[in-house]
Write a protein that binds this ligand. Structure first.
Ligand code: GDP
Ligand code: MG
Length: 163
């Protein structure tokens, strides 16, 4: 798959919204059909003249709040194995949850570059709330709004440097 960027995180943080923004494909291709890899969506993206693929993980929990830490952890392990770069999406509206911590614990053991993305920063007031996510110890925090697109340019500028 060449350059592959995985979008990971617990449900409802905005992974799919970001995926759609990066790939501009409303309907992504479903590559896998069973197990924890079900509904992993792949799309293509280009930024600064660099092409890369993006995978949206965790589709299997769509429409369900009944999600288990273990399932999310598996998704993240797979993502780390197959990708070159990880985008770890968290939600500034809710702040850090136990599931976020579980994801962060897996990512901390990875050698792959991780981009911590604070999503739903729809206005400037929420920017300071994103500082909380520095507590993961996973490096810089990128404040974005997947819905309106703000901050995604800065994220992609830095991300393609790792490709
Ligand atoms: P996923 O479960 O992580 O894939 O999350 P989704 O992309 O399905 O989004 C979950 C919810 O968050 C949806 O209602 C989205 O419209 C909403 N959402 C996603 N991105 C943003 C954002 O930047 N700002 C706001 N306010 N809501 C967002
Ligand atoms: Mg989703």
């Amino acid at each position: 798959m060449g350059n592959l960027v995985a979008i990971v995180g617990r449900p409802n943080v905005g992974k799919s919204t970001l995926f759609n923004r990066l790939t501009k494909t409303r309907r992504a291709i479903v590559q896998e059909t069973s197990g924890v890899t079900r509904d992993r969506h792949y799309g293509k993206s280009v930024w600064g003249g660099k092409e890369f693929s993006v995978v949206d993980t965790g589709g299997f929990v769509k429409g369900s709040d009944d999600v288990f830490e273990d399932e999310i952890r598996k998704q993240v392990v797979i993502a780390i194995e197959e990708c070159n770069i990880v985008i770890f999406v968290v939600d500034v509206e809710t702040g850090i949850t136990d599931l976020d911590e579980a994801v962060a614990n897996v990512l901390r053991q990875s050698k792959k570059p991780v981009f911590v993305v604070s999503n739903k920063v729809d206005n400037n007031e929420r920017e300071v709330d994103s500082y909380e996510f520095y507590n993961f110890g996973l490096g810089d925090v990128y404040s974005i709004s997947a819905i309106n697109g703000s901050g995604t340019g800065e994220l992609l500028d830095d991300l393609i440097k790792e490709l």
